[in-house]
Design a protein around this ligand. Structure first.
Ligand SMILES: Cc1cc2nc3c(=O)[nH]c(=O)nc-3n(C[C@H](O)[C@H](O)[C@H](O)COP(=O)(O)O)c2cc1C
Length: 181
């Protein structure tokens, strides 16, 4: 059985990206994947600074890296802050990129995001895809950008727009069929 981790670049209460994360988790589970929904709030890490290496690397970085290495699929939902990535996600990627073996070279990655604007995180997703690709991650092609957030989900936390529902299906298909060989 394939295994997946899902996570959100927003840990605020009521996060729309958390809704997307959990929706993707449910859809992957329906496709027969064993899913673990992570909360980055459980992996506190200081702002990355090379002076913290090697003596003050947070245990959370090692734990998260081990989790990323041991799962087949990783889905990341990200907000868009000022046309880019939120600091939580930038910091998490910085710490993980320093762990060995690389936590980016095992799983297949899917990315998506929800924002309050109608462009639905297209810029932050572009940054995230670029960054992950440059550090060796295989990211499936779908552009799962969702906005405006307030109209995006029903009371169960499922997306309402048919185009988004189709994109989620395609992403679940790709995440469960792509392989690093
Ligand atoms: C610092 C900051 C910058 C933001 N910049 C953008 C932006 O560039 N584009 C956008 O669509 N929304 C932007 N937003 C609004 C977010 O899309 C909105 O807060 C979203 O709900 C965050 O995701 P969450 O619900 O998962 O926390 C910004 C919000 C904050 C706090």
């Amino acid at each position: 059985m394939k295994t997946a981790l899902t996570l959100s670049g927003s840990i605020r209460k009521g996060s729309d990206n958390r809704k997307l994360q959990l929706h993707m988790g449910r859809k992957l589970a329906e496709a027969g994947v064993e899913v673990t929904d992570l909360d980055l709030g459980d992996f506190p890490m200081p702002i990355f600074n090379e002076d913290l290496e090697p003596d003050h690397v947070p245990e959370a970085a090692r734990e998260l890296a081990a989790l990323w290495r041991s799962h087949d699929i990783i889905f990341i939902a990200t907000p868009e802050y000022n046309g880019g990535l939120p600091p939580l996600l930038v910091n998490t990627i910085a710490w993980l990129s320093r762990q060995r073996p690389s936590p980016f070279r095992h799983a297949i990655f899917g990315i998506g995001g929800v924002s309050s604007g109608k462009y639905g995180t297209i810029w932050s997703l572009s940054h995230l895809r670029d960054s992950l690709s440059k550090i060796g991650a295989l990211v499936v092609p779908g552009l799962l950008g969702i906005g405006p957030a307030e109209e995006a989900f029903d009371e169960n936390g499922d997306p309402v727009e048919p185009a988004i529902i189709r994109k989620v299906e395609t992403m679940v298909h790709d995440l469960t069929h792509f392989s690093r060989g």
